[in-house]
Design a binder for this molecule. Structure first.
Ligand SMILES: C[S@@+](CC[C@H](N)C(=O)[O-])C[C@H]1O[C@@H](n2cnc3c(N)ncnc32)[C@H](O)[C@@H]1O
Length: 223
């Protein structure tokens, strides 16, 4: 990708995405690449963004964000860190239900700009970070750490599992996942409690090879 400055990225994101509510959390307006967008069918060579994961609302992220909006009491007055925030939905929802501090973390600079745009559209105020916390854990402490659809690769899933276990005692971790294989097999799975299951909207099912449901899992770090 060309070295794009922030205001140019902003304009590019707004130009190539559609502001939509057609997902599991219609309370939130999110800039996404949908089937109506020119980039939906564009090949890698014609896409101005490198791997624009932030431009899709992943099934695990939809379930996690739905859960936050449905259970405000669990997030109110909490310090929340959303790792792999993508479009920023879970961080934005946490802010809207009254979290005291919210950090949306994504290593993709384009995601950080998309999160900022989506945050503004929803009247939320979250801090945005592009640091790789999975390599250098945050110096600040959080009550709640979120992972929306981050268990898509076996090696990465193991890295996250080990990282999570090093979080401070009593940190609550919520994971949104639609039943991806790397998640089903990962070592943390047996220690998780299922918090919720959601049916995915038809558009989301069609965009995700027929996945029909997504779960939210809870893990409390215990030392
Ligand atoms: C599958 S998407 C999930 C996005 C969002 N959570 C959702 O559910 O819609 C994964 C996201 O994780 C980000 N990511 C990958 N590795 C990361 C890392 N080490 N730290 C933070 N974000 C990361 C990617 O840039 C991408 O936006």
């Amino acid at each position: 990708m060309l070295a794009l400055n922030k205001s140019f990225l902003r304009a590019l994101i707004i130009q190539h995405t559609k502001l939509c509510r057609n997902h599991l959390t219609p309370e939130l307006k999110l800039h996404l690449i949908t089937q109506e967008c020119h980039l939906w069918k564009a090949g890698v060579d014609n896409c101005p963004f490198e791997d624009p994961f932030w431009a899709f609302y992943w099934p695990g992220g939809q379930a996690l964000t739905r859960y936050i909006l449905d259970n405000p009491v669990l997030f109110k007055n909490r310090r929340v860190l959303d790792i792999g925030s993508g479009c920023g939905s879970a961080a934005i929802a946490s802010c809207l239900v009254g979290a005291s501090q919210v950090v949306a973390n994504d290593i993709d600079p384009a995601a950080s700009v998309a999160i900022e745009i989506n945050m503004e559209k929803n009247g939320a105020d979250v801090q945005i970070s592009t640091e790789n916390f999975l390599e250098n854990p945050p110096s600040e402490q959080y009550d709640t750490v979120l992972f929306g659809d981050m268990f898509y690769d076996p090696d990465f899933s193991h890295l996250i599992s080990h990282w999570v276990k090093k979080l401070p005692h009593k940190t609550t971790v919520f994971i949104g996942d639609p039943g991806r294989l790397p998640f089903l097999n990962h070592p943390l799975k047996s220690a998780l409690q299922k918090a919720a299951r959601y049916e995915l909207p038809i558009t989301c099912q069609l965009e995700n090879n027929g996945l029909t449901q997504a779960d939210v899992w809870k893990y409390i770090v215990s030392k």
